[in-house]
Write a protein that binds this ligand. Structure first.
Ligand code: GTP
Ligand code: MG
Length: 366
């Protein structure tokens, strides 16, 4: 038995079974800085070997943090707050102080009012019972906001360890790589990828002789859209650059399909503009409300794509919710996909989203 860990994902290395996680050829085991076979393939061939994620194991592993005396950096995906803000974080990390970090801010449209967004995040986190010290908006790929955050992390940690905690795929490892690159110049030290479940164990990066910055495996949240779509579709729904808003002038009794993954029915109200914020590659289809059921039946996974056939096998059925929206500037949020801003208000809408990935409403940040 050997308890060496992969430097890319933190998994315990083994050389007994090629098909199990942590595999390396026996000859590599004694070397320093060993990468497991899965990390090697991800880095060199961008090939992802799916790991069957055991949400319970990961949660248990990360929950050991509640016994530590440390600073917590809770990274969320600013594009999918519903799917990535951990409502039970306090149970996982105990009474340790928390800095909330909204990552991937590079994806937001330029028009976003960052001050409003920060206040809303703080309030949302407090409403679910989290004791947050401060909120930061950053981009780990574009190095935005990292400096300021680094200064506060240093102040708050009082020489203690820092644990970077969050749901899968929010960019925890990319975030830590920024810090490693700053202090050592080494790029991409930890393995990162498009797919959930990249990091499999704790990875310690020394801050000084006594303390470390620690990457952790992502916690699995069943409200995260990423768990219901194929790899190909995940690429389509995940924005890879700043989102360009798309405006639709709709009369009542018109429908917008977001691919075939969600649907927005303008049931009642005056003709007005609806502003859509989704990945630029994601197809939006407009049709009459009367025809919408029929179009869905005939065109799902065809014109209305994503879902592709593979996603269709695993996607929960769409469920419908009705909203009466009085206020102008209200967002209807489709977790993991994006949102639609209702500029004028005074409308009745019906939205359809995969069961379990529940739609939410918020004041817009423009
Ligand atoms: N646009 C954008 N993408 C980012 C940012 N940070 C990370 N990503 C991307 O998000 C994906 C997931 O990044 P990871 O760093 O592997 O995420 P993680 O939280 O460590 O994921 P797990 O290890 O599975 O829990 C990758 O495709 C990253 O390139 C960011 O600031 N902006
Ligand atoms: Mg990771």
């Amino acid at each position: 038995m050997n308890d060496e860990q992969c430097i890319g994902c933190g998994v315990t290395l083994q050389s007994e079974d090629k098909d199990k996680i942590g595999y390396v050829p026996h000859s590599s085991l004694d070397k320093e800085d060993v990468l497991c076979q899965r990390c090697f393939k991800l880095r060199h061939y961008n090939k992802n070997e799916t790991v069957s994620l055991d949400s319970h194991d990961f949660l248990q592993m990360v929950s050991t943090i509640h016994k530590t005396d440390s600073l917590i950096v809770h990274v969320i995906d600013i594009f999918d707050v519903d799917g990535t803000l951990l409502q039970n974080l306090q149970r996982i990390v105990g009474n340790n102080p928390i800095l909330l970090v909204g990552n991937k801010v590079d994806l937001l449209p330029k028009s976003t009012n960052k001050g409003k967004l920060k206040n809303w995040l703080l309030k949302t986190a407090k409403d679910v019972g989290l004791k947050i010290k401060d909120v930061h908006l950053v981009s780990s790929v574009q190095d935005i906001g990292i400096n300021e955050l680094a200064i506060q992390m240093e102040q708050e940690r009082n020489n203690k360890d820092i644990y970077v905690v969050g749901v899968t795929n929010v960019g925890k490892s990319t975030f830590i790589n920024q810090f490693i690159q700053r202090s050592t110049g080494v790029k991409q030290a930890i393995t990162t990828s498009y797919f959930p479940g990249t990091t499999l164990g704790f990875i310690s990066v020394p801050l000084d002789n006594r303390s470390a910055l620690i990457d952790t495996p992502g916690i699995i949240n069943s409200r995260q859209m990423a768990h219901y779509v194929s790899k190909q579709d995940l690429k389509l729904i995940t924005p890879n650059k700043e989102i360009k808003s798309r405006n639709y002038q709709l009369n009542d009794e018109q429908t917008l399909f977001i691919g075939g993954l969600a649907r927005f029915d303008f049931v009642k109200g005056q003709k007005q503009t609806f502003v859509c914020y989704f990945s630029n590659q994601l197809y939006i289809h407009r049709t009459k409300l009367d025809n919408a059921d029929d179009v869905y039946e005939r065109q799902i996974a065809d014109l209305l794509k994503p879902p592709n056939e593979e996603t269709l096998q695993q996607l929960p059925p769409l469920v419908r919710t009705s909203y009466r929206i009085e206020e102008p500037n209200t967002d209807i949020v489709f977790p993991g996909l994006g949102w639609i801003t209702i500029l004028q208000g005074d409308v009745t809408v019906e939205v359809h989203s995969p069961k379990g990935v529940t739609v939410s409403i918020r004041k817009s940040f423009n």
